[in-house]
Design a protein around this ligand. Structure first.
Ligand SMILES: CC(=O)N[C@H]1[C@@H](OP(=O)(O)OP(=O)(O)OC[C@H]2O[C@@H](n3ccc(=O)[nH]c3=O)[C@H](O)[C@@H]2O)O[C@H](CO)[C@@H](O)[C@@H]1O
Ligand SMILES: C=C(OP(=O)(O)O)C(=O)O
Length: 420
């Protein structure tokens, strides 16, 4: 079993390179199923276990996939005969693989995809996705743990309203609508930068989509889509995780090429905590203060504060001088990292979806175990400022979303290594 061992107390300084976004590359890979003509080339692809899994899903559907990890380029040829079934073996390992459903249904008129099930952070149903497909005329059934969807005569454009701006449902239903007959208007959609990136690529592929980044997306169906070359947008959650590391350690770090517009809610909380945030020519510089001020934070769909930064934010709040609160409004079970943090001397109470934290915490090194991806990042952040030795296990979660985090932190001056 691999573990990360770190010794806290080092100020981080220097520059850090940020990868392409996991949450953009996964739906973009699924979108490549839609290209019946020509191969697609995806640059700035991050080397992550989730990306390898999505490549496996595409191969299981009979697409040809090549990942050149030296240059971060994935090439996909989905022009041959595809199968319509995405098996349990893959979907159970990665929930995001459910976004192949919409492209398969659009391209083949049918899809059979294993139900993704819940995960540690919540039950995560897919009812909004399925209602969207049904509204476009698909017949949807749950059989033996699989979603079976069919639209033998093609999907029909229609007006759809989402009960909640689900990221995955927006991607899935929008991709299905690209090849539907007529126009689909989806209201109350997700507005994340990763959706905007996906739409940019779909439009290059020949789709006609407008409104990405707003709460209403309009898709005019077209006959076919073709392969393109596309560069994946930067990972704002990875960028913000390194911003947190710099702020926490009284560091001075340039987050290279960070896109200020994508990081507004997190940066505004950093400023409220007394962190210096400067836009520079080559990125965003973060300078941590001697003492962090307490803040209250609530997660919300974009452009609200990202739930994917909630565990990392709690580390800054626990370190801050006073009482802070965090209200988690997106997932019902995303405080599991806090149980582990008790071992590191964190003091807090959880009341429903609110955690009240009592800082300043003098974190103490301990053996802790990651319960999910962002929990893993949060535990490493705590270790960066803990006294003594911190050991983090269950790194399979970390590797889903952070490429070589220990090398990047070491380059910034942290005492951190991965051991077998
Ligand atoms: C691969 C990817 O991009 N993952 C991101 C995506 O996940 P994902 O697309 O799964 O997240 P959603 O936006 O769909 O989920 C948000 C909330 O809506 C609920 N819901 C969702 C769909 C549905 O049909 N019914 C329903 O009730 C979920 O249970 C959850 O409570 O957005 C989340 C919210 O920003 C992020 O945390 C994830 O990192
Ligand atoms: C929750 C996350 O991802 P996923 O939706 O892939 O589980 C995440 O990136 O923090």
């Amino acid at each position: 079993m691999e573990k990360i061992i770190l010794y806290g107390g080092h100020k981080l300084t220097g520059n850090v390179h940020i990868e392409g976004a996991k949450n953009a590359v996964l739906p973009i890979l699924a979108a490549m199923i839609l290209a019946s003509d020509g191969e697609s080339v995806l640059t700035n692809s991050p080397i992550l276990s989730d990306v390898h899994l999505m490549n496996d899903v595409l191969e299981s559907l009979h697409a040809k996939v090549n990942f050149d990890e030296t240059d971060n380029i994935i090439t996909v040829d989905a022009t041959g005969k595809l199968t319509s079934e995405a098996p349990f073996e893959y979907v159970s390992k990665m929930r995001a693989s459910i976004v192949v459903l919409g492209p398969l249904l659009a391209r083949l008129g049918k899809a059979r995809v294993s139900l993704p099930g819940g995960c540690a952070i919540g039950s995560r149903p897919i009812d909004i996705h399925l209602k969207g497909f049904e509204a476009m005329g698909a017949h949807v059934e749950l059989q033996d743990g699989y979603v079976e969807a069919s639209a033998p005569n093609g999907l029909i454009g229609t007006d759809i309203y989402f009960d909640f701006p689900s990221v995955g449902a927006t991607q899935n239903v929008m991709m299905a609508a690209t090849l539907a007959k007529g126009t689909t208007v989806i209201k109350n959609v997700a507005r994340e930068p990763e959706i905007v990136d996906l739409v940019e690529m779909l439009n290059q592929m020949g789709a006609k989509i407008s409104g990405a980044g707003t709460d209403t997306i309009t898709i005019e169906g077209v006959k076919a889509l073709h392969g393109v070359e596309h560069a994946v947008v930067q990972d704002r959650i990875e960028a913000e995780t390194y911003m947190a590391a710099a702020a926490l350690t009284q560091g001075n770090v340039l987050i290279e090429d960070a896109i200020a517009e994508h990081n507004v809610p997190f940066i505004s909380k950093l400023r409220e905590m007394g962190v210096t945030v400067k836009q520079e020519k080559n990125g965003i510089r973060i300078i941590g203060p001697d003492v962090l001020k307490p803040v209250d934070v609530e997660t919300a769909p974009y452009p609200g504060f990202p739930t994917d930064m909630q565990p990392q934010m709690t580390i800054l709040q626990l370190a801050a001088n006073g009482v802070s609160t965090l209200t988690e409004n997106v997932f019902e079970n995303r405080f599991m990292h806090l149980d582990e943090l008790r071992r590191m001397n964190a003091k807090y109470e959880i009341k429903g979806n609110v955690v009240v934290m009592h800082g300043p915490t003098q974190f103490k090194g301990a053996e802790v175990s990651a319960t999910d991806l962002r929990a893993a990042a949060a535990l490493i952040l705590a270790g960066l400022v803990a006294s003594g030795k911190t050991t983090v296990t269950n790194l399979n979660y970390l590797d889903r979303g952070y490429y070589d985090i220990e090398a990047k932190l070491r380059k910034l001056g942290a005492d951190i290594k991965r051991v077998k």
